[in-house]
Design a binder for this molecule. Structure first.
Ligand code: C2O
Length: 360
């Protein structure tokens, strides 16, 4: 039963085979357990704050410099032994474990999706992914950039001065010879020459006839306005339902927040293949660029004011998750330490009210 006044705590003990939509998955972390360290914000205190930039708004030199580093980092990550908790495969498995009820609270498996933990959990996931890349590259300044898919560069009504559009599949992930490529994607002939479709829902998915470009661009801006501005004025609506110690899983999509269910999920469907379902989504390198934008949009949400604020409930703030850090240690984090990205060492480019969809 749900226990009010008791935050959810993750343990690796009792991790079991999970399932999602009737399919079984075996994605518990590898054998290594080790001592559990408590996360401390001071790790980030001495380093300068880094800027996670929008990939579409880089100039040519910046884009090629970034592409080169990211390709190197991801290929090093993919080259680690499969049971190394920092390996690309293990990171995807950890995402799977948190998405399939493999970890247990009370007697129930839980899923960090479709709950108020969706945003903070993924912030932590990217945080450790980035730290691992920094270590593999030997470059503490390395920063993951985001796929700016809410930004239509052709819509001039916003104040975001970047005139390129982020609504296309990012080119550096599309080269079949690159470690950023992933074969298990739905490659339609129009893809990636047409913009993403942020209005995709599971039911219509990729099988509907593709909409014309101008219609898609306009609809995407309207969808963003809808999920960020119209359907977003309480944390229950924007973040999703509460999940506490002993809390039950809900059916996929039941209880999810507005941006998670529309926009976020739409990109997963639009790219398709492994990205379509959480147990395999982390296998596609573009996952991390996609979630960079989700993380940024979570930061933008409170700027709408009028009651838009993250929960102050201790069952939210004191919830605990386990991750592996860049030294293979298991680290216990709390949601409260994820609330300020600057304290985690980074901010986003374009984290002001500067996209066209604010005033649509
Ligand atoms: Cu954990 Cu975009 O999903």
């Amino acid at each position: 039963a749900v226990i009010y006044g008791a935050p959810l705590k993750t343990t690796f003990e009792g991790c079991r085979r999970g399932s999602l939509s009737g399919v079984d998955y075996d994605c518990c972390p590898s054998e290594y357990r080790g001592p559990i360290l408590d996360f401390e914000l001071k790790y980030n205190a001495s380093a300068p704050v880094r800027i996670r930039r929008a990939m579409d708004c880089l100039d040519e030199d910046e884009a090629s410099e970034y592409g080169e580093k990211l390709r190197k980092g991801i290929s090093l990550m993919k080259a680690l032994p499969a049971d190394d908790p920092r390996s690309f495969a293990q990171q995807a498995r950890l995402h799977c474990a948190y998405a399939t009820g493999s970890f247990v609270t009370g007697s129930e498996g839980f899923d960090i999706h479709f709950s108020w933990f969706f945003h903070p959990w993924h912030r932590w996931f990217l945080y450790f992914h980035e730290r691992i890349l920094q270590t593999l590259l030997g470059d503490p300044t390395f920063t993951i950039y985001f796929w700016h898919w809410d930004h239509d560069g052709e819509a001039i009504i916003g104040r975001n001065k970047c005139s390129k559009s982020g609504m296309y599949f990012p080119a550096i992930y599309a080269d079949p010879d690159s470690p950023l490529f992933h074969a298990a994607r739905s490659l339609r002939p129009e893809f990636p020459a047409l913009p993403v479709d942020l209005g995709l829902t599971g039911a219509e998915s990729m099988d509907v006839p593709y909409r014309p470009k101008d219609l898609l661009l306009a609809r995407n801006v309207a969808v963003m306005h809808d999920v960020m501005v119209i359907k977003s004025n309480t944390s229950r609506i924007f973040l999703g339902r509460d999940l506490r110690a002993g809390g039950k899983r809900v059916l996929p999509y039941e209880g999810g927040g507005s941006l998670e269910v529309t926009g976020h999920a739409s990109i997963h469907w639009w790219v398709g293949g492994d990205l379509r379902t959480p147990p395999t989504a982390g296998k596609d390198p573009v996952f991390y660029a996609h979630h960079g934008n989700i993380d940024r949009l979570w930061k933008l949400w409170p700027l709408g004011g009028q009651g838009r604020a993250n929960p102050t409930d201790p069952d939210f703030l004191d919830a605990e998750f386990l991750f592996y850090d860049e030294t293979k240690n298991v680290v216990r984090v709390k949601v409260r330490d994820a609330m300020d990205t600057r304290a985690l060492g980074y901010v986003y480019e374009f984290e002001e009210r500067n996209e066209a969809w604010w005033n649509y």
